[in-house]
Ligand binder design. Structure first.
Ligand code: SF4
Length: 341
Protein backbone atom coordinates (compact mmCIF):
# COMPACT_ATOMS: atom_id res chain seq x y z
CA UNK A 1 0.00 0.00 0.00
CA UNK A 2 1.27 3.48 -0.82
CA UNK A 3 1.98 5.47 2.35
CA UNK A 4 0.23 8.84 2.28
CA UNK A 5 -0.30 9.95 5.88
CA UNK A 6 2.27 10.98 8.50
CA UNK A 7 0.74 8.37 10.84
CA UNK A 8 1.43 5.71 8.21
CA UNK A 9 5.05 6.88 7.94
CA UNK A 10 5.42 6.60 11.72
CA UNK A 11 3.78 3.15 11.76
CA UNK A 12 6.16 2.02 9.00
CA UNK A 13 9.17 3.24 11.00
CA UNK A 14 10.00 5.92 8.39
CA UNK A 15 9.43 8.87 10.76
CA UNK A 16 9.80 9.21 14.54
CA UNK A 17 6.54 9.51 16.55
CA UNK A 18 7.60 12.84 18.06
CA UNK A 19 7.59 14.41 14.57
CA UNK A 20 3.97 13.50 13.89
CA UNK A 21 2.50 16.95 14.64
CA UNK A 22 5.12 18.74 12.50
CA UNK A 23 4.68 16.32 9.63
CA UNK A 24 0.91 16.82 9.76
CA UNK A 25 1.56 20.52 9.09
CA UNK A 26 3.77 19.59 6.13
CA UNK A 27 1.11 17.17 4.84
CA UNK A 28 -1.51 19.92 4.97
CA UNK A 29 0.58 21.87 2.47
CA UNK A 30 2.37 19.31 0.29
CA UNK A 31 1.28 15.87 -0.90
CA UNK A 32 2.96 12.73 0.41
CA UNK A 33 3.17 9.34 -1.34
CA UNK A 34 5.71 6.58 -0.90
CA UNK A 35 5.10 3.43 -2.93
CA UNK A 36 5.87 -0.04 -1.47
CA UNK A 37 8.86 -0.36 -3.81
CA UNK A 38 10.35 2.89 -2.51
CA UNK A 39 9.49 2.17 1.14
CA UNK A 40 11.25 -1.18 0.72
CA UNK A 41 14.41 0.58 -0.49
CA UNK A 42 14.70 2.84 2.55
CA UNK A 43 17.20 1.86 5.25
CA UNK A 44 15.41 3.35 8.26
CA UNK A 45 18.45 2.68 10.49
CA UNK A 46 20.38 5.26 8.43
CA UNK A 47 19.41 8.83 9.36
CA UNK A 48 20.99 10.02 6.10
CA UNK A 49 19.43 7.46 3.80
CA UNK A 50 19.38 9.02 0.30
CA UNK A 51 16.09 7.37 -0.67
CA UNK A 52 14.31 8.53 2.51
CA UNK A 53 15.67 12.03 1.96
CA UNK A 54 13.92 12.24 -1.41
CA UNK A 55 10.50 11.02 -0.29
CA UNK A 56 9.99 11.25 3.49
CA UNK A 57 8.62 14.71 4.39
CA UNK A 58 10.58 17.01 6.66
CA UNK A 59 9.48 19.91 8.83
CA UNK A 60 12.08 22.08 7.03
CA UNK A 61 9.67 22.16 4.07
CA UNK A 62 7.63 24.77 5.93
CA UNK A 63 10.53 27.26 5.78
CA UNK A 64 10.64 29.19 2.52
CA UNK A 65 13.76 31.24 1.80
CA UNK A 66 13.44 34.71 0.18
CA UNK A 67 14.71 33.49 -3.21
CA UNK A 68 12.28 30.55 -3.44
CA UNK A 69 9.06 30.84 -5.45
CA UNK A 70 5.85 28.89 -6.04
CA UNK A 71 6.46 28.64 -9.80
CA UNK A 72 10.27 28.42 -9.94
CA UNK A 73 10.66 27.78 -13.66
CA UNK A 74 7.89 30.15 -14.78
CA UNK A 75 5.36 27.67 -16.21
CA UNK A 76 2.48 30.11 -15.77
CA UNK A 77 4.15 32.84 -17.84
CA UNK A 78 4.20 30.48 -20.86
CA UNK A 79 0.83 28.78 -20.51
CA UNK A 80 -1.50 29.94 -23.30
CA UNK A 81 -4.23 27.42 -22.37
CA UNK A 82 -4.75 25.17 -19.37
CA UNK A 83 -2.33 22.22 -19.45
CA UNK A 84 0.03 23.63 -22.12
CA UNK A 85 3.40 25.27 -21.48
CA UNK A 86 4.90 26.72 -24.69
CA UNK A 87 8.33 27.98 -23.70
CA UNK A 88 10.40 27.00 -26.76
CA UNK A 89 9.13 27.38 -30.35
CA UNK A 90 9.27 23.75 -31.50
CA UNK A 91 7.88 21.95 -28.45
CA UNK A 92 5.22 22.15 -25.78
CA UNK A 93 4.64 20.54 -22.42
CA UNK A 94 1.25 18.92 -22.04
CA UNK A 95 0.48 18.63 -18.33
CA UNK A 96 -2.11 15.92 -18.54
CA UNK A 97 -2.29 14.93 -14.88
CA UNK A 98 -1.24 16.67 -11.71
CA UNK A 99 -0.83 13.52 -9.65
CA UNK A 100 2.22 11.33 -9.20
CA UNK A 101 2.91 7.85 -7.85
CA UNK A 102 5.35 9.41 -5.35
CA UNK A 103 5.80 12.99 -4.20
CA UNK A 104 9.42 14.13 -4.24
CA UNK A 105 10.26 16.52 -1.42
CA UNK A 106 12.28 18.73 -3.78
CA UNK A 107 9.65 18.83 -6.56
CA UNK A 108 9.81 21.99 -8.68
CA UNK A 109 6.03 21.79 -9.30
CA UNK A 110 5.16 20.97 -5.69
CA UNK A 111 2.61 23.77 -5.51
CA UNK A 112 0.82 22.34 -8.57
CA UNK A 113 0.80 18.57 -7.98
CA UNK A 114 -1.08 16.42 -5.51
CA UNK A 115 -4.27 14.43 -5.00
CA UNK A 116 -7.38 16.41 -5.87
CA UNK A 117 -5.58 18.17 -8.73
CA UNK A 118 -6.41 15.27 -11.01
CA UNK A 119 -6.46 15.32 -14.80
CA UNK A 120 -7.31 17.90 -17.45
CA UNK A 121 -11.06 17.89 -18.05
CA UNK A 122 -12.19 16.60 -21.49
CA UNK A 123 -12.89 20.20 -22.54
CA UNK A 124 -9.46 21.38 -21.33
CA UNK A 125 -7.79 18.50 -23.16
CA UNK A 126 -9.69 19.39 -26.35
CA UNK A 127 -8.52 23.01 -26.02
CA UNK A 128 -4.92 21.96 -25.34
CA UNK A 129 -4.84 19.69 -28.41
CA UNK A 130 -6.53 22.41 -30.49
CA UNK A 131 -3.67 24.71 -29.46
CA UNK A 132 -1.09 22.15 -30.66
CA UNK A 133 -3.01 21.67 -33.91
CA UNK A 134 -3.04 25.44 -34.50
CA UNK A 135 0.77 25.70 -34.16
CA UNK A 136 2.53 23.84 -36.98
CA UNK A 137 5.92 24.77 -35.52
CA UNK A 138 5.32 22.24 -32.71
CA UNK A 139 7.47 19.22 -33.55
CA UNK A 140 7.52 17.60 -30.10
CA UNK A 141 4.86 17.18 -27.41
CA UNK A 142 6.20 16.39 -23.95
CA UNK A 143 3.76 14.75 -21.55
CA UNK A 144 4.65 15.66 -18.02
CA UNK A 145 2.80 16.83 -14.99
CA UNK A 146 2.39 15.10 -12.67
CA UNK A 147 3.37 11.70 -13.98
CA UNK A 148 1.48 10.76 -17.18
CA UNK A 149 2.19 7.06 -16.67
CA UNK A 150 -0.15 6.92 -13.66
CA UNK A 151 -3.01 6.95 -16.20
CA UNK A 152 -4.54 3.70 -17.37
CA UNK A 153 -3.25 2.27 -20.65
CA UNK A 154 -6.64 3.03 -22.19
CA UNK A 155 -6.71 6.72 -21.25
CA UNK A 156 -3.05 7.36 -22.00
CA UNK A 157 -3.29 5.47 -25.29
CA UNK A 158 -6.28 7.58 -26.34
CA UNK A 159 -4.39 10.84 -25.69
CA UNK A 160 -1.27 9.59 -27.47
CA UNK A 161 -3.35 8.51 -30.47
CA UNK A 162 -4.88 11.99 -30.65
CA UNK A 163 -1.46 13.66 -30.46
CA UNK A 164 -0.16 11.18 -33.04
CA UNK A 165 -2.94 12.29 -35.37
CA UNK A 166 -1.46 15.80 -35.60
CA UNK A 167 0.54 15.73 -38.80
CA UNK A 168 3.56 17.89 -37.93
CA UNK A 169 4.06 16.49 -34.40
CA UNK A 170 6.83 13.97 -34.93
CA UNK A 171 8.00 13.18 -31.40
CA UNK A 172 6.03 12.36 -28.26
CA UNK A 173 8.06 12.34 -25.05
CA UNK A 174 6.84 11.21 -21.64
CA UNK A 175 8.56 12.15 -18.39
CA UNK A 176 8.03 9.65 -15.60
CA UNK A 177 9.28 8.21 -12.36
CA UNK A 178 7.03 5.14 -12.59
CA UNK A 179 9.47 2.51 -13.93
CA UNK A 180 11.60 3.03 -10.79
CA UNK A 181 8.95 3.74 -8.14
CA UNK A 182 6.22 1.30 -9.23
CA UNK A 183 7.79 -0.98 -11.85
CA UNK A 184 4.89 -3.45 -11.90
CA UNK A 185 2.72 -0.68 -13.40
CA UNK A 186 4.80 -0.81 -16.59
CA UNK A 187 2.64 -3.49 -18.16
CA UNK A 188 2.81 -4.64 -21.79
CA UNK A 189 -0.48 -2.87 -22.50
CA UNK A 190 0.80 0.40 -20.99
CA UNK A 191 3.96 0.12 -23.10
CA UNK A 192 1.86 -0.47 -26.23
CA UNK A 193 -0.19 2.62 -25.37
CA UNK A 194 2.93 4.80 -25.52
CA UNK A 195 3.32 4.39 -29.27
CA UNK A 196 1.47 6.16 -32.06
CA UNK A 197 1.71 4.98 -35.69
CA UNK A 198 4.33 6.85 -37.67
CA UNK A 199 5.56 8.88 -34.65
CA UNK A 200 8.57 8.48 -32.39
CA UNK A 201 8.05 8.07 -28.66
CA UNK A 202 10.75 8.76 -26.10
CA UNK A 203 10.49 8.03 -22.37
CA UNK A 204 12.54 10.11 -19.92
CA UNK A 205 13.08 8.37 -16.59
CA UNK A 206 13.53 10.54 -13.51
CA UNK A 207 15.84 8.84 -10.98
CA UNK A 208 18.44 10.33 -8.67
CA UNK A 209 20.23 7.51 -6.89
CA UNK A 210 21.60 4.23 -8.24
CA UNK A 211 19.65 2.23 -5.64
CA UNK A 212 16.45 3.28 -7.46
CA UNK A 213 17.54 1.11 -10.41
CA UNK A 214 16.53 -2.17 -8.73
CA UNK A 215 16.24 -5.41 -10.73
CA UNK A 216 12.47 -4.80 -11.00
CA UNK A 217 13.04 -1.22 -12.20
CA UNK A 218 15.61 -2.42 -14.73
CA UNK A 219 13.13 -5.02 -16.01
CA UNK A 220 10.43 -2.33 -16.35
CA UNK A 221 12.82 -0.15 -18.37
CA UNK A 222 13.73 -3.16 -20.51
CA UNK A 223 10.03 -3.66 -21.35
CA UNK A 224 9.95 -0.09 -22.66
CA UNK A 225 13.22 -0.24 -24.60
CA UNK A 226 12.51 -3.73 -25.99
CA UNK A 227 9.31 -2.27 -27.48
CA UNK A 228 11.49 0.06 -29.57
CA UNK A 229 11.05 3.12 -27.37
CA UNK A 230 14.35 4.91 -26.65
CA UNK A 231 14.88 6.18 -23.12
CA UNK A 232 16.79 9.12 -21.68
CA UNK A 233 17.35 10.04 -18.06
CA UNK A 234 16.81 13.11 -15.99
CA UNK A 235 18.17 13.56 -12.48
CA UNK A 236 18.28 16.41 -10.03
CA UNK A 237 21.52 17.24 -8.24
CA UNK A 238 20.49 16.92 -4.60
CA UNK A 239 22.53 17.57 -1.49
CA UNK A 240 22.69 14.43 0.63
CA UNK A 241 21.36 12.24 -2.19
CA UNK A 242 23.77 12.31 -5.12
CA UNK A 243 26.16 15.24 -4.54
CA UNK A 244 29.26 13.05 -4.60
CA UNK A 245 30.99 11.81 -7.70
CA UNK A 246 30.90 8.11 -6.76
CA UNK A 247 27.09 8.14 -6.50
CA UNK A 248 26.72 10.12 -9.71
CA UNK A 249 29.08 7.73 -11.48
CA UNK A 250 27.10 4.69 -10.30
CA UNK A 251 23.82 6.35 -11.30
CA UNK A 252 24.99 7.23 -14.80
CA UNK A 253 26.54 3.79 -15.33
CA UNK A 254 23.27 2.19 -14.17
CA UNK A 255 21.30 4.26 -16.69
CA UNK A 256 23.62 3.26 -19.54
CA UNK A 257 23.46 -0.41 -18.50
CA UNK A 258 19.66 -0.10 -18.78
CA UNK A 259 19.97 1.39 -22.31
CA UNK A 260 18.96 4.80 -20.96
CA UNK A 261 21.07 7.67 -22.28
CA UNK A 262 21.93 10.13 -19.47
CA UNK A 263 20.34 13.37 -20.61
CA UNK A 264 19.99 16.06 -17.94
CA UNK A 265 21.41 16.64 -14.47
CA UNK A 266 19.26 19.51 -13.23
CA UNK A 267 20.51 22.08 -10.78
CA UNK A 268 17.85 22.00 -8.05
CA UNK A 269 15.17 24.65 -8.64
CA UNK A 270 14.10 27.36 -6.21
CA UNK A 271 10.95 25.50 -5.14
CA UNK A 272 9.51 26.51 -1.75
CA UNK A 273 10.94 24.74 1.29
CA UNK A 274 13.66 22.90 -0.63
CA UNK A 275 16.82 24.78 0.34
CA UNK A 276 18.23 21.76 2.20
CA UNK A 277 18.58 20.01 -1.19
CA UNK A 278 20.36 22.74 -3.14
CA UNK A 279 24.08 22.70 -3.87
CA UNK A 280 25.90 25.67 -5.33
CA UNK A 281 26.49 25.78 -9.08
CA UNK A 282 30.25 25.72 -8.36
CA UNK A 283 29.78 22.40 -6.55
CA UNK A 284 27.76 21.07 -9.47
CA UNK A 285 30.45 22.11 -11.95
CA UNK A 286 33.16 20.45 -9.84
CA UNK A 287 31.13 17.22 -9.78
CA UNK A 288 30.64 17.31 -13.55
CA UNK A 289 34.37 17.90 -14.01
CA UNK A 290 35.14 14.90 -11.80
CA UNK A 291 32.57 12.77 -13.64
CA UNK A 292 34.16 13.56 -17.00
CA UNK A 293 37.40 12.08 -15.71
CA UNK A 294 35.68 8.84 -14.66
CA UNK A 295 33.06 7.81 -17.25
CA UNK A 296 32.77 7.83 -21.02
CA UNK A 297 30.82 10.36 -23.03
CA UNK A 298 27.96 7.87 -23.21
CA UNK A 299 27.46 8.27 -19.45
CA UNK A 300 27.70 12.09 -19.33
CA UNK A 301 24.52 14.09 -18.67
CA UNK A 302 24.34 17.80 -19.39
CA UNK A 303 24.28 19.89 -16.21
CA UNK A 304 21.47 22.43 -16.68
CA UNK A 305 19.82 25.29 -14.86
CA UNK A 306 16.24 26.31 -15.50
CA UNK A 307 16.60 30.06 -15.28
CA UNK A 308 14.12 31.27 -12.64
CA UNK A 309 11.21 33.21 -14.11
CA UNK A 310 10.59 31.08 -17.21
CA UNK A 311 13.61 32.00 -19.35
CA UNK A 312 14.37 28.37 -20.17
CA UNK A 313 16.99 25.75 -19.52
CA UNK A 314 20.68 26.29 -20.27
CA UNK A 315 23.82 24.21 -19.75
CA UNK A 316 25.86 25.63 -16.88
CA UNK A 317 29.20 24.05 -17.49
CA UNK A 318 31.83 23.52 -16.56
CA UNK A 319 33.60 25.01 -19.58
CA UNK A 320 36.87 23.61 -20.89
CA UNK A 321 37.99 26.33 -23.28
CA UNK A 322 39.00 29.99 -23.01
CA UNK A 323 39.11 31.83 -26.33
CA UNK A 324 42.14 34.12 -26.61
CA UNK A 325 41.30 36.15 -29.76
CA UNK A 326 43.96 35.90 -32.49
CA UNK A 327 46.14 33.93 -30.09
CA UNK A 328 43.79 30.93 -30.33
CA UNK A 329 42.48 29.27 -27.23
CA UNK A 330 43.48 27.54 -24.01
CA UNK A 331 41.83 24.14 -23.55
CA UNK A 332 41.73 22.19 -20.31
CA UNK A 333 42.09 18.40 -20.29
CA UNK A 334 40.30 16.05 -17.89
CA UNK A 335 43.20 16.28 -15.41
CA UNK A 336 42.87 20.07 -15.29
CA UNK A 337 46.03 20.71 -17.33
CA UNK A 338 45.68 23.62 -19.77
CA UNK A 339 46.91 23.43 -23.38
CA UNK A 340 47.30 26.05 -26.10
CA UNK A 341 45.19 25.38 -29.19
S1 SF4 B 1 7.45 12.77 -9.88
FE1 SF4 B 1 8.06 14.76 -10.81
S2 SF4 B 1 6.22 16.05 -10.75
FE2 SF4 B 1 5.87 14.30 -9.34
S3 SF4 B 1 6.55 15.01 -7.32
FE3 SF4 B 1 8.35 14.02 -8.24
S4 SF4 B 1 9.45 15.71 -9.29
FE4 SF4 B 1 7.35 16.44 -8.86
Amino acid sequence: MTLRLPSELVAAGLAPPDELAGLARVAARYAIAITPDIAGLIDSSDPNDPIARQFVPNIAELTTTPDERADPIGDHAHSPVEGIVHRYPDRVLLKLVNVCAVYCRFCFRREMVGPGKQMLSPQELDAALAYVRAHPEIWEVILTGGDPLVLSARRLGEVIRRIGGIEYVKVIRLHTRLPAVAPEKITPSLVRALKAPGKTTYVALHANHPRELTPAARAACARIVDAGIPMVSQSVLLRGVNDDVKTLEELMRAFVECRIKPYYLHHADLAPGTSRFRTTIEEGQALMRALRGRVSGLAQPTYVLDIPGGFGKVPVGPGYIDMCGDAGAMVEDIKGVRHAY
